[in-house]
Design a protein around this ligand. Structure first.
Ligand SMILES: [Zn+2]
Length: 676
């Protein structure tokens, strides 16, 4: 489906595990949009069941104790946090809002609807004992004569192969049914004689950070106070060949004492009305801990936070409202309505990620990111980039779609364009831009060393481990190259290609359209070399071309007085395992009793940005010089000696001899580049 899940590394780059990557492969699958008018009823019945009562009580007092953030108005922006009504009655959620908040839509004309069957989804969260979502779909106005009706719950997030139970008690018109392994079942015509259909089932929901959740992070999960889910793998849809209606859903939350947040209608309590534009979106049942709505510069952003941590809603909304107008200007496509974010807690300590759907963006943030926000008042740059990246997927990803063969474009170009616009909007500094582009190049080159498939090769599975890195990183480098070329030649930007795709007849774009756009823009040579060919653009020369000045800065080296020869494969970027061949008798290594013949297999933490060695650095005793952090007070060396493992602690000495070539943004020389 048209979702893009984007994992971002935090400070020290740690590759995401294989599980998320395997799942990522699925994202590229495209499903025909659901072709019916749909009504979605969502009911939160926390009051039912033994633990349910306790939870409701806890939740209410918990929230009362904290209160909800009321953000201040500032400048030309206004923000408000709506206090959640303590008692819910069956009233329209719109009454809790100053005006209806419609989901983001890029302005475009819609096809006239044809047939109008009606679909009503009812979702109930049952938290007692074995927490589960009780879901039923009632379809009316179906035509038996149409035939070929398929009931489908896509295997997005790979629920079908999960080792734990997920979908349970599926019934169609009361009769037990089983979906095929592809998540579909052809509905027998006999069921359609009355033009109606009722599908009911349960989805088991596991706790945040549980083994089940870690294995299948895209399936619904719950915390103490809420359940979060994607529409894609929770709400069955009906497909009929030939039907071509946009999906419209009206959400009701009624007869309960709690709250729903949906990507298509926002926060509501009581019956909630809203449109579900496609069979794709996010929803959460239960009260958010923080909630903010910001209007600024014509952009509207709503953020609901379920992570119990520092309030990030305003910070996220501010970044999004700063970026939205620049994205609209660049692409020529204005957004209307509200962009909605849900903030969830990451079950990992290291990896924050985001997923953009046609109706709502979910950001899953680490505790570390929240701590940074608490301590500095700012989200880390990696999270700012993540927000910018996900937000641009509203244009390239959710609106403009590819079939999975152009991940290098949908992800790489999104990554670059969002990064550049983050500088334009003042979210990221020009210095960070340069650092990030150099980092992207390092990652791309490390991966490309194992062979880089050509982007024009439509048979590549870009969601596979190595290929995915290439797609994201080399794709971003290519976008940078295209941007610089267009800036130099015609004072245009890479967004011209996005504009060209929007001029296409369909929102599904093909490689040929990218080729044509590049040709029209005079970039045939770039297409040949970097899309049909496998070259990688060099970030440094592009950076100096657009206005960064190079400056050499000295950097200290970390001296251990140990000479080694590498005992591992040359292809890796690491300096261990290495066999000690000589030890400086007066050096730190000698003091720690490191002996010739020892094999060094580990040396603690690595230097993040290793400096180069100047040519006047002595040839001997170079082990670790530019690899061990210059701030290290002691270095734990893991050794193999006579087949036994031991660790010694070396107290290093700092010596001169390292240098870094840094890039400094020169606003005079670079005038115009970041003005979009
Ligand atoms: Zn992405």
């Amino acid at each position: 489906m048209n979702m893009s899940r984007c994992t971002k590394e935090l400070i020290s780059v740690s590759a995401p595990g294989s599980r998320p990557r395997q799942i990522a492969r699925r994202y590229a699958l495209h499903f025909e949009p659901l072709m019916f008018l749909a009504i979605l009823l969502i009911t939160f019945l926390a009051g039912d069941g033994r633990t349910g009562n306790a939870q409701t009580e806890n939740s209410a007092s918990f929230l009362r104790a904290r209160g909800l953030l009321v953000a201040e108005s500032k400048g030309d922006s206004s923000a408000r946090s709506r206090p959640l009504p303590p008692q819910l009655s069956a009233v329209d959620a719109a009454r809790h809002q100053d005006e209806p908040l419609k989901s983001i839509r890029l302005t475009r004309s819609h096809k006239a609807p044809r047939a109008r069957p009606k679909l009503v989804h009812t979702v109930t969260y049952e938290p007692a004992i074995q927490p589960r979502l009780l879901i039923s779909l009632r379809a009316t106005g179906l035509r038996a004569s149409a035939g070929g009706l398929v009931c489908e719950l896509p295997d997005w997030g790979e629920w079908a192969s999960a080792t734990f139970p997920y979908l349970r008690n599926l019934r169609i018109d009361g009769q037990p049914q089983k979906l095929r392994s592809d998540g579909t079942i052809v509905v027998p015509r006999a069921f359609l004689v009355d033009g109606e259909l009722r599908v009911s089932y349960e989805i088991l929901v596991y706790p945040l950070a549980s083994v089940e959740h870690q294995q299948r992070p895209l399936l619904p999960y719950h915390s103490r106070d809420h359940v979060f889910a994607f529409v894609q793998n929770t709400l069955v849809r009906l497909r009929v060949a030939g039907a071509s209606l946009d999906v419209t859903a009206i959400v009701h939350v009624g007869k309960t004492n709690d709250t729903v947040f949906t990507g298509w209608a926002g926060l509501g309590s009581g019956p909630q009305a809203g449109e579900l534009a496609a069979d794709d979106g996010i929803f959460a049942l239960g009260r958010p801990i923080r909630h903010t709505v910001v209007n600024a510069g014509g952009a509207r952003v709503e953020v609901a936070q379920y992570a119990d941590a520092t309030d990030a809603t305003r910070a996220i909304a501010d970044i999004a409202t700063a970026l939205l107008p620049t994205y609209a200007r660049a692409t020529g496509q204005k957004s209307s309505g509200v962009v909605r974010f849900v903030v969830e807690e990451s079950s990992s300590e290291e990896i924050s990620n985001g997923t953009t759907t046609a109706a709502g963006i979910v950001l899953t943030l680490t505790k570390g990111a929240m701590t940074t926000l608490a301590e500095t008042g700012q989200l880390p740059d990696s999270i700012k980039r993540l927000i910018a990246h996900e937000l641009f997927h509203c244009w390239l990803g959710a609106e403009l779609r590819e079939d999975g063969s152009l991940v290098w474009f949908s992800e790489g170009f999104t990554d670059y364009i969002s990064l550049k616009h983050s500088v334009a909007a003042g979210v990221i500094s020009p210095a960070r831009f340069a650092e990030r582009m150099l980092e992207i190049e390092r990652l791309a080159r490390a991966q490309a060393a194992h062979g880089r498939p050509a982007f024009a090769d439509l048979s590549v599975n870009w969601r596979e481990d190595g290929a995915e890195t290439i797609a994201y990183r080399a794709g971003a480098l290519l976008a940078f190259l295209v941007d610089v070329r267009l800036h130099e030649r015609r004072h245009k930007t890479v967004a011209e290609i996005i504009r060209a795709l929007f001029r296409g007849e369909s929102r599904k774009y093909q490689l040929s359209q990218i080729r044509d756009a590049m040709t029209t823009l005079g970039l045939q040579d770039v297409y040949k070399e970097f899309v049909e060919g496998s070259d990688l653009p060099a970030a440094r020369s592009l950076l100096t071309a657009i206005g960064y000045d190079e400056a050499k800065e000295p950097a200290a080296l970390t001296y251990l007085g140990i000479e080694t020869r590498l005992a591992g494969p040359m292809s890796t970027d690491d300096v261990v395992p290495a066999v000690v061949v000589e030890v400086d008798p007066k050096g730190p290594g000698s003091n720690a009793d490191v002996l010739p013949g020892d094999t060094i297999v580990g040396y603690g933490s690595r230097r993040v940005n290793p400096p180069e060695l100047r040519s006047d650095v002595p040839e001997r005793y170079r082990f670790g010089l530019n690899r061990i952090p210059s701030g290290a007070k002691s270095v734990p060396l893991d050794l193999l000696r006579n087949g036994k493992r031991l660790q010694v602690t070396v107290v290093p000495v700092l010596i001169p001899g390292g240098q870094r070539v840094s890039l400094r943004w020169n606003p005079e020389r670079g005038k115009g580049f970041f003005e979009v």
